[in-house]
Design a protein around this ligand. Structure first.
Ligand code: EPZ
Length: 423
C-alpha cells in the first residue's frame, strides 16, 4: 500500500518529457511472441503493468531483459502457451496474449481475465473474433482452453463496437492466418496504428489502422531482429496538462504528439487555458481560475478519450459554472467522484452523466484511489486544494504513471510518495 501526500495550492511550472504509452507497449510486447525473434523496444515506461507483462513473457519461456526504458524480448525459447491465474489476475489486458499464442502455438490456455474497478470487462468480442479465425475456445471453470484444429484462416470480422482490445487480438491472430482478414468497425485509437507499424516490422502485412477497416494478409513471419521505439502516452500527457490547468501555472510537455489528444486540448482551451502546440510539444498556461467547458462526451477515438474523463472532471472542480460529463465507454467510471467529494467537490452522478458544480475552493482530506485514472484525478484535485491530502493507493496509480511524484515535484508540486510496505 502506498500513500501519496500532497500539500496543495502551489502553481506548476517547467517541462516534462512524457513517458512511452502503456496502452501501446502492452499489445506490442504480446505481439513479440508471434514469431521466434529478438525484439528490442525503447521508450518503454517503467510501470507495474509492464513489469507484469514481463513476468508473463518469462512464464511463457521467453528471455526478457530490461535496462531502464529499453526492453529486449527473445521469443525464440518460447516453451508453453499457458498463462496461470496468478499472472492473469495481475493484468486484465493480458487477454491480448491469446491472439498471439494462437498464431504462434496453435493453442493456448489462459484463465479468464477478471473485471476491474471500471465495471465488468467482457471479452466476448475477443472470443467472437478469434472463433471467426478458426479458433475453438472452451470457457470452463474460469479458464479459456483454446485450439485451432484446422489452423487459423482469414475471415471478415464485423465488430459490433470498436473495441480496442478485440481489434488488437484479431490483428495479432490474423497475421498468421491463411488468407486475408478484414476487421470492420475496428478501433481507431493511435495505439492501433502503432501496433500495425510494429507488426509490419515483424514482416506482417497489415494496413488500414486508424480507419474503421483494418486488413491483414496472413503470411509466415521470420523477422530475426526487430527494433521499435514506443509512442508517447496521450493520457499521461493529458494528466499533466489537467494538473496545470487546475493548479495554475505554465508547463511544457516534450516528446508528445498533440494530435493524439486534440479533444482534451480543446476542452482545456474552452476552460480558459492558453495552449500552444507544435509537432513535438505542447505548452499550457493557466491562471487556475477556470470556466466550465462545453459538455465532455467520451467515446471511441477520435472522440474524447474515456481515460481522460476523470482527469478533465477533476480539473473542472473549481471552474465557474456547471461542467457536464457523459461517459459512454465504461459503465462504472464515476466511482472516483465519491472520493473527490471528500475534498469538497460538488458532483452529482446519474448513470452515465456527471454534473460538476464549481466550488470556490477545495480542501485537503484523506482519500482512496479507486482505480488508475481515478487515482490520478485525486492527485489533480489535491494539487489545487488548500491544505494537505493523503491518498491511499493499493498500486493503481503506479500501474500507469512512471515517476509521477518526481515529475510533479520537478514542476513545483509538494508531493511525496510513501510506500507503507503494507498489503
Ligand atoms: C483499452 O481497454 C485500454 N486498455 C483502456 O485503458 C481504455 O480505456 C479502453 O481501451 C478504451 O479506450 C489498454 O489498452 C490496455 P475496449 P479495452 O475493448 O481494450 C466493451 C487505462 O486506463 N467490450 O475498447 O479493454 C467494454 O466493456 C485503460 O489505461 C465488450 O463489451 O477497451 C467497454 O465498455 C482503462 N466486449 C467497451 O467495449 C469485449 O469483448 C470498450 O472496451 C470488449 C470490450
Amino acid at each position: 500500500m502506498s500513500v501519496w501526500h500532497i500539500a496543495g495550492g502551489r502553481r506548476l511550472s517547467g517541462s516534462v518529457r512524457v513517458q512511452g504509452a502503456k496502452n501501446a507497449v502492452l499489445p506490442i510486447m504480446a505481439a513479440s511472441v508471434l514469431a521466434p525473434c529478438l525484439t528490442e523496444l525503447t521508450n518503454v515506461p517503467e510501470l507495474r503493468d509492464v513489469d507484469a507483462t514481463i513476468r508473463i513473457l518469462r512464464g511463457l519461456g521467453c528471455a526478457v531483459e530490461r535496462q531502464g526504458g529499453a526492453v529486449s524480448i527473445d521469443s525464440r525459447p518460447l516453451a508453453r502457451a499457458e498463462i496461470p491465474h496468478s499472472l492473469m489476475r495481475e493484468l486484465r489486458s493480458s487477454v491480448i496474449f491469446l491472439g498471439a499464442l494462437l498464431g504462434r502455438c496453435s493453442g493456448a490456455r489462459l484463465s479468464m481475465p477478471g473485471g476491474c474497478e471500471l465495471g465488468p470487462r467482457p471479452i466476448d468480442l475477443h472470443l467472437m473474433s478469434l472463433r471467426a479465425l478458426g479458433a475453438e475456445i472452451d470457457e470452463r471453470a474460469g479458464e479459456l482452453v483454446c485450439s485451432v484444429p484446422q489452423g487459423l484462416r482469414g475471415a471478415a470480422i464485423a465488430l459490433p463496437l470498436p473495441s480496442v482490445g478485440a481489434t488488437e487480438n484479431a490483428m495479432l491472430a490474423a497475421c498468421l492466418a491463411r488468407g486475408e482478414t478484414v476487421i470492420m468497425n475496428a478501433a481507431r485509437e493511435p495505439e492501433i496504428a502503432e501496433l500495425q507499424n510494429f507488426l509490419n516490422k515483424l514482416g506482417a502485412d497489415v494496413s488500414g489502422a486508424g480507419t474503421p477497416t483494418v486488413t491483414i494478409r496472413g503470411r509466415p513471419l521470420d523477422p530475426g531482429r526487430v527494433e521499435h521505439r514506443i509512442m508517447p502516452d496521450r493520457i499521461v500527457s493529458s494528466t499533466y496538462l489537467a494538473a496545470c490547468a487546475a493548479a495554475g501555472g505554465d508547463i511544457e510537455l516534450t516528446g508528445v504528439n498533440p494530435t493524439h489528444f486534440s479533444t482534451v486540448l480543446r476542452s482545456l482551451s474552452e476552460c480558459g487555458c492558453d495552449i500552444m502546440a507544435d509537432g513535438g510539444g505542447v505548452r499550457l498556461v493557466s491562471s487556475g481560475n477556470l470556466r466550465a467547458p462545453m459538455p465532455v462526451i467520451t467515446g471511441p477515438y477520435p472522440a474524447f478519450p474515456t481515460d481522460a474523463q476523470p482527469l478533465m472532471l477533476s480539473a473542472c472542480l473549481r471552474a465557474r459554472g456547471t461542467s457536464v460529463f457523459v461517459e459512454n465507454v465504461f459503465q462504472n467510471r464515476f466511482r472516483f467522484t465519491e472520493e473527490l467529494a471528500r475534498l469538497g467537490a460538488r458532483i452529482h452522478t446519474e448513470g452515465r452523466v456527471a454534473v460538476v458544480t464549481g466550488v470556490e475552493a477545495l480542501h485537503g482530506a484523506p482519500a482512496v484511489a479507486t482505480d488508475l485514472r481515478g487515482g490520478a484525478a485525486l492527485i489533480i484535485a489535491a494539487l489545487s486544494a488548500e491544505g494537505e491530502t493523503d491518498i491511499l493507493d493499493s498500486g493503481h496509480i503506479e500501474r500507469g504513471y512512471e515517476r509521477f511524484d518526481a515529475n510533479l515535484r520537478a514542476l513545483g508540486a509538494d508531493i511525496t510518495l510513501i510506500d507503507t510496505k503494507g498489503p
